[in-house]
Structure formats: structure tokens, C-alpha cells
Design a protein around this ligand. Structure first.
Ligand SMILES: Cc1cc2nc3c(=O)[nH]c(=O)nc-3n(C[C@H](O)[C@H](O)[C@H](O)COP(=O)(O)O)c2cc1C
Length: 176
């Protein structure tokens, strides 16, 4: 798959098999993240790869942070809280105090990981809740140093169901 084909192939996947993602594939995805451009090359970034029991603990802490009103938004088919969409692994993107324009940097890092996962035949989905909901418990479970803040995460796993491709609307204007 070339780059343009990969861009066209990418979509958000929210249905995964229980198969574990191999470490070698996670290394390729996280390395792709590190290749992203950042404002003024400020690379004060931490990628936290979360799996297994830690992921379940973070899910619980996120459930508390989200609160009763929003809880149902993140329920899976069985009605369980699952903000990471049943992915096998969650890669959390955090930036520290020396980072310039961290929100924009996050977009570049996340798209690189989306594309790397697509190239590897894996599914992935942007998980925004670390940005919208914060708590000391979540921060502690992520073991982030003081001053570092999660901006986004991507869940990754083997694809169970692919949704139909969404329309790609948007205006393109040429000016001469
Ligand atoms: C900034 C941003 C935040 C997003 N947050 C979430 C999220 O929290 N949960 C989720 O399931 N999808 C999330 N998405 C995925 C979008 O819903 C998805 O990209 C959009 O519907 C287009 O579908 P596609 O990715 O298949 O092209 C997010 C995407 C972006 C760019």
C-alpha cells in the first residue's frame, strides 16, 4: 500500500477481536508517532502504551471521571463502560511543559499512528476522553511526570467489523 492508498484506506474502527497486537507492530506504530512534525520541533512528548490490567484500571477511573450523565455514551454491546472501544491496546499521547502547540502536534502524531496501524492491517480509533475528562487517579495510573498532560489516545487491535466508509465532504477552493 502506498501512502495515498493508506490515507484512503484509513477509517476509525470500533470493533476488535481479542487477539493481542504484537510488540513489533506496536514498535512500528509508536516509531511512526515519533516521526510526526511538531511545532518548533518541541518534542516534549510521552507515548504511553497501556494494556492488560492497567487498561482495565484506567477504564474504571475514566468511568468515575465521566460521571453518570455521560456514562451511557461509552457503553459497549453488553452495556459495560468501555471508553477505549474494546481495543487491545491504548497508546496515550502526552505533552510536557516545553511543548509548543501541543494540540496541533497531537493531530500529527495521531494521524501517523492511524496510518501505521492501517498499513499493518490493524484497526484503530481516536479516543478523546483523556482530553475532556481529567482526574488525579487517571494521571497517577498513567504514571506521568508532573507537568505532563494527556491530549489524546488511540486504541489499536485486530479488526472484527469494519464500518462502511464515511463520505469525505469538504470544500476545496483554488485561488489564482
Ligand atoms: C479530534 C478527534 C477526536 C475524536 N474522538 C473520538 C472518540 O473519543 N471516540 C471515538 O470513537 N472516535 C473519535 N474520533 C473519531 C471520529 O469520530 C472519526 O474520525 C470520524 O467520525 C470520521 O470517521 P473515520 O475516522 O472513519 O474517517 C475522533 C476523531 C478526531 C479527529
Amino acid at each position: 500500500m502506498n501512502t495515498i492508498e493508506c490515507i484512503h484506506e484509513r477509517m476509525s474502527i470500533r470493533s476488535f477481536t481479542p487477539q493481542n497486537v504484537e510488540d513489533e507492530k506496536l514498535e512500528i506504530i509508536t516509531d511512526a508517532a515519533l516521526q510526526a512534525p511538531t511545532a518548533m520541533n518541541s518534542r516534549d512528548m510521552v507515548l504511553t502504551v497501556v494494556r492488560g490490567e492497567r487498561l482495565k484500571k484506567i477504564n474504571k477511573a475514566m468511568e468515575e471521571a465521566v460521571g453518570d450523565e455521560m456514562r451511557s455514551h461509552f457503553a459497549n454491546d453488553k452495556g459495560e463502560f468501555d471508553f477505549y472501544r474494546g481495543g487491545n491496546v491504548l497508546i496515550v499521547v502526552s505533552f510536557g511543559p516545553a511543548s509548543v502547540l501541543p494540540e496541533q502536534n497531537t493531530g500529527c502524531v495521531m494521524e501517523n499512528m492511524y496510518l501505521a496501524a492501517t498499513e499493518l492491517g490493524l484497526g484503530a480509533c481516536w479516543i478523546n476522553q483523556f482530553y475532556s475528562f481529567r482526574s488525579d487517579k487517571i494521571q497517577a495510573l498513567l504514571e506521568l511526570e508532573k507537568g505532563y498532560r494527556p491530549f489524546a489516545a488511540i486504541c489499536v487491535g485486530y479488526i472484527d467489523r469494519k464500518p462502511p466508509k464515511k463520505a469525505r465532504d469538504g470544500k476545496i477552493v483554488y485561488l489564482d
